[in-house]
Design a protein around this ligand. Structure first.
Ligand code: NAP
Length: 490
């Protein structure tokens, strides 16, 4: 039986237990059994983390000493490299990643994103000369200075925890902010390692803090409401994102939100490789628990039956080749926890009740273990007004919707509360024209890849506010200060 190391809090430079020593069990999605223990932070611990981060921002040179922070963030990166194996084990046993998915979305992509941040750091603009202007009878020189926003609360989900934690923590540190990382309760180890390695790297006390606990929303809500926290960078569900905006309003908190999605992939009738374009939407990787997955497949009415046959064959070809923790070929494991399993099964029942046709899957698979296994599932004969087409299921459930023509496809893609990602495949000019009309933060044309650490990522509409990754991802953590002075004084 695998046992993960205890996940400790990291507050003001100290790796420590929660006040009072309370812990909670970390549950393996594969077995439903405890796989480790995590400190269960109290309000006192969260308060200490806020005080430490505030003090490190206000009373040290962290926010002004760019060279120092760049050097430390590079050293920190090397320590993560040396801990690849541990990061992989956390992805498998905390987040439920199958071995074939670990190196892709969990470890290599996350560390690659870190490298991308370091590579774009030189392109961050710290000062911009706006030239001179006459006003009130004299001429002023105006220069914008871009400064770190202050104390950042980074609140993250469980699906790709290392990737999301890096997306926030590294960008905030490079910008000169101090950080309190609050990972999801299911994946505390993927947060705790930021504390362990920060200690080893020798970060000044309070620059990085990590808190987590079993009590839903305790730490998150405290940080969102606290005036000493300047910015909340949140990735998670749209419902919690809205709550954060509400609860952050009294302190006019800056909020950055990466939320849910229900992205559409449009396959055009003139696709050069129709079968491949259809099959790339098979919602299997990491059991469909990705915010940007293309969970609505839109195919032309004229080729709908063909698409169904392709999918039927594709899923039959996958067969039972998923859900084995020891198989390095598998890219799909369980869903994260019992609540999520019940939620996914609830949506499958809803799809049947709404009149969609189950083409493949649809059942829980307790035979695969005592964890949270649900079959790769596809619904056809879906209309876009069904709840299974409108709501984020966050599981291995694909819905296939027919469309009449290009206008109809664009209408269906855009008739969604969400706007995170999407795709169009077909002849290039036509696909490009359609991509420009889809109201989402990213669109892959002919399976182009929109997710990488050197380009901005984020959502329209209910999928979020702001952009993570790339230079834009670092600049999210900067404030603009204009300084002007009479030219004669220069
Ligand atoms: P979630 O329930 O919204 O939780 C996310 C984080 O917020 C957790 O750390 C959670 O911890 C905390 N939280 C919950 N209530 C809070 C509150 N009132 N105030 C402050 N923090 C609070 O999301 P999840 O179930 O972990 O993750 C799945 C969701 O994440 C999906 O909707 C998915 O689309 C989204 N996601 C989006 C992206 C993106 O880039 N757009 C990427 C990955 C995932 P506690 O429960 O302990 O408070």
């Amino acid at each position: 039986m695998t046992t993960l190391p205890d996940a400790k809090l990291f507050i003001n430079g100290q790796l420590r237990d929660a006040t009072g020593g309370r812990t909670y069990d970390v549950i393996s999605p594969w077995t439903g059994a405890p796989v480790g223990k995590a400190a269960d932070a109290t309000a006192e611990d969260v308060e200490a983390a806020i005080v430490a981060a505030r003090n490190a921002f206000d009373n040290t040179d962290w926010s002004t000493n760019k060279e120092k922070r760049l050097a430390l963030v590079k050293k920190y990166r090397e320590l993560f490299e040396a801990n690849r194996e541990k990061l992989g084990a956390l992805a498998v046993h905390e987040a439920g990643a199958a071995l074939g998915a670990v190196d892709k979305a969990h470890v290599s992509m996350a560390l690659g994103g870190w490298d991308d941040y370091l590579a774009v750091f030189d392109r961050v603009v710290w000062e911009k000369d706006y030239g001179n202007k006459f006003g009130y009878g004299y001429e002023s020189k105006r220069v914008a200075h871009y400064e770190p926003v202050g104390v950042v609360a980074a609140i993250t989900p469980w699906n790709v925890p290392l990737y999301v934690n890096i997306g926030k923590v590294v960008a905030a540190l490079l910008a000169g902010c101090t950080v309190i990382l609050k990972p999801a309760p299911d994946t505390p180890g993927a947060g705790a390692i930021f504390g362990e390695l920060a200690k080893e790297a020798g970060f000044p006390d309070g620059v990085i803090n990590v808190v987590f606990g079993a009590d839903p929303a305790l730490a998150g809500e405290m940080m969102v409401k606290d005036p000493r926290v300047d910015l909340v960078s949140f990735t998670g569900s749209t419902a919690v994102g809205k709550r954060i905006m509400e609860q952050g309003a009294p302190t006019l908190k800056r909020v950055f939100l990466e939320l849910g999605g229900k992205s559409a992939k449009i396959v055009l009738d003139d696709s050069q490789n129709f079968a491949m374009d259809v099959l790339t939407t098979m919602l299997v990787f990491h059991a469909g628990q990705g915010c940007a997955v293309q969970s609505r497949l839109l195919v032309p009415e004229s080729r709908y039956e063909e698409a169904k046959a392709i999918l039927k064959q594709g899923y039959a070809g996958l067969g039972d080749n998923w859900g084995d923790v020891s198989n390095p070929e598998h890219i799909m494991g369980p869903v994260i926890n019992k609540r999520q399993l019940e939620r996914v099964l609830g949506y499958i029942q809803l799809g049947k009740d709404e009149g969609a046709t189950l083409l493949h899957g649809g059942a829980a698979r307790p035979d695969k273990g005592d964890g949270y296994f649900v079959e790769p599932t596809v619904f056809v004969d879906v209309t876009n007004d069904m709840r299974i087409a409108q709501e984020e299921i966050f599981g291995p459930v694909l819905v296939v919707i027919p469309y009449k023509d290009d206008e109809d496809a664009i209408r269906i893609a855009n008739e969604s509360a969400y706007g995170l990602s999407g795709g169009v495949s077909g002849s290039f000019d036509r696909a490009m024209k359609m991509a420009k009309r889809i109201r989402t933060g990213s669109v892959g044309v002919n399976n182009g890849m929109c997710i990488a650490g050197d380009i901005p990522f984020g959502g329209y509409k209910a999928s979020g506010i702001g952009r993570e990754w790339g230079v834009e991802g670092i600049e999210e953590f900067l404030e603009t200060k204009m300084i002007a002075y009479p030219v004669a004084a220069a």
